[in-house]
Design a protein around this ligand. Sequence first.
Ligand code: FAD
Length: 436
Amino acid sequence: AKIVVVGGVAGGMSFATRYRRLNQNDEIIVFEKGPFVSFANCGLPYYLSGEINSLDQLLVAKDTMLLKRFNLMIKQNHEVVAIHPENKEIIVRNDGRDSSYFYDKLILSTGANPVIPEIKGLGLMKHFVLRNIPGLEKIISYIKDNNPKKVSIIGAGFIGLEVAENLAKLGMDVSIIEKSNQILGPVDLEMSKFIENELIRNNVKVYTSKDILEVKEKSILLNDIELETDFLIISIGVKHHSNLAKEAGVKLGSKEGILVNEKFETSIKDIYAVGDAIIVKNYLTQEDTLIPLASPANRQGRQLADILNGMDVSYQGTLGTSIVRVFDLTIAQTGLNEKQLLNRDYKVIHLMANDHAGYYPNATPINLKVIFEPKTEMILGAQAVGKKGVDKRIDIIATAIKAKLKVSELQELELSYAPPFGSAKDIVNLAGYVAQ
Ligand code: FAD
């Protein structure tokens, strides 16, 4: 059979390599409109400061290796511009020339596109988004050629904060402008304040509840203040990249995301989709949602390969576990936050304990918030912030949610302990005691 993949990064390449491991006979072609496949989007912000210092490190797997080891036909700089499902045909554009290819199964992993707001005067100032390696190179060469001193970052989500940290490390004067009343939407306000303070401590200016009324040549005008700035980074979120599917007649759902079932089948036979382009079910509420994260995209790609090779696998939904480092602090969350629980009965506990035994040097506090349903004791979500050990605690609770542990059962978890690593009663165990 002929397997054609559109989009050669997280979901697409996980699909292609897994499919090849399960099936050595089928022909697999991957079309990627950009110049690179299998690059590490998540690593891009760290290249700005030089923390990751070679582009090579961002290229997770090169096309030559993918051909040699996996027998994948990789076509970079090839954009799929149309799908004709009635003939099982696609039209591919390379260097201005169009050609036609046929498929037996078509896999769309076209990702997401950054949202660009409509702001008066935006064209007057240099502005960038960070989505791929060519985009990264544009920012780097702008900085090299113009030696800018002041940058404003619009949108305080994960990518905005990572870029803020990395540009501040370059010595730039960084301002972050956020429309809502808090930074980092996936956590609740009181937890976001730890990170806001950390940004301010590192001389990053944070403006929340602010609209940008106008962009001028050397400044931006907010509701009540005008900020001098040399250039802008726009990171206000993404939308599903679904226009190719839409034009082919594939059914879309909320926010124009591609609708798929738990087997990643779209509304058109033999066309499948994974990754940021699709609507997923929230694991806890079963509501349709957009959760644009790498780990779900990779998992979906792999699962689709399993499904197409006859394995009994179904997608369970996405929990949306996420994490970000901002200077010396790390914040992570899993499941639902209070803003998502407006119509539900829930209880919140807050606790603080050290990442490891206090008598052992360099213990640092972790602030942990756990949200649960009082009647059933179902864990609905958790958020944690601290210098160390935050990833471990949130990952334990994310695992507990999938294992359907009750909140009081967190006290039963037998976690590894010696003084440099934890405490005889870990903060996750303590959460179980407090919730009891
Ligand atoms: P992508 O990996 O974006 O791949 C889609 C590809 O499809 C693109 O390369 C695109 O060029 C190609 N394409 C689209 N249309 C066509 C077409 N018509 N023809 C040919 N090719 C096409 N997630 C995390 O979980 N943790 C992180 O720390 C994290 N950091 C991030 C940092 C940055 C700067 C960015 C941009 C993203 C980050 N993400 C992170 C998100 C993560 O990268 C995405 O969720 C993930 O890559 C989605 O996988 P995907 O396969 O759906 O899309």
